[in-house]
Ligand binder design. Structure first.
Ligand code: ZN
Length: 130
C-alpha cells in the first residue's frame, strides 16, 4: 500500500503504543499529529474502546499543549482527504499567527514570530501524560 503514514520514516515520535503514535510536526512550532498505527480511513472503524483511548489521548495532549505553550486556541482536525489514514491534527494557534482567525490551510494573512519554546521539554511534557 502506498500510504505515507503506513510507510512513514524519520517521524519525530513523542509517544507510541500499539494503537496510536503522537508525532511532532515541524511545519508549525508545537504542531502535533496523533496517528493510528493501523491503516483505517474513518474514526468509526475503531472499536469503542479504541475510540475512547484515542480521544482521551487527544484530550491529554491538548491539556499539555495548553499548559506548555499557552496558545490562544488549540485547533483539532481530522481530514484525511489526501491521506486516507486516520490522523488527528493538533495545532496551537495564536491570535496574531499567520492564518488567524482562519484555519492553517487558508492563505497566510501576515508574518508572525512564534513564541520560543524548548522542544525537548515540550516533548517530555506531552510524553509524561502517558
Ligand atoms: Zn496508512
Amino acid at each position: 500500500m502506498n500510504c505515507p503514514l503506513c510507510n512513514a520514516q524519520n517521524e519525530d515520535i513523542i509517544y507510541e503504543n500499539t494503537l496510536f503514535r503522537i508525532v511532532l510536526v515541524d511545519e508549525i512550532p508545537g504542531y502535533i499529529r496523533v496517528i493510528t498505527q493501523k491503516h483505517i480511513k474513518e474514526f468509526s472503524e475503531l472499536s469503542d474502546d479504541e475510540a475512547v483511548e484515542i480521544i482521551t489521548a487527544v484530550k491529554k495532549t491538548e491539556k499539555a499543549m495548553i499548559e506548555f505553550l499557552k496558545p490562544d486556541k488549540i485547533n483539532i482536525a481530522s481530514l484525511g482527504n489526501m491521506v486516507p489514514h486516520l490522523h488527528i491534527h493538533m495545532i496551537p494557534r495564536y491570535e496574531n499567527d499567520p492564518w488567524w482567525p482562519g484555519a492553517t490551510f487558508c492563505e497566510k494573512q501576515r508574518e508572525y514570530s512564534y513564541p520560543p519554546f524548548d522542544e525537548k521539554k515540550y516533548k517530555e511534557a506531552i510524553k509524561s501524560c502517558f
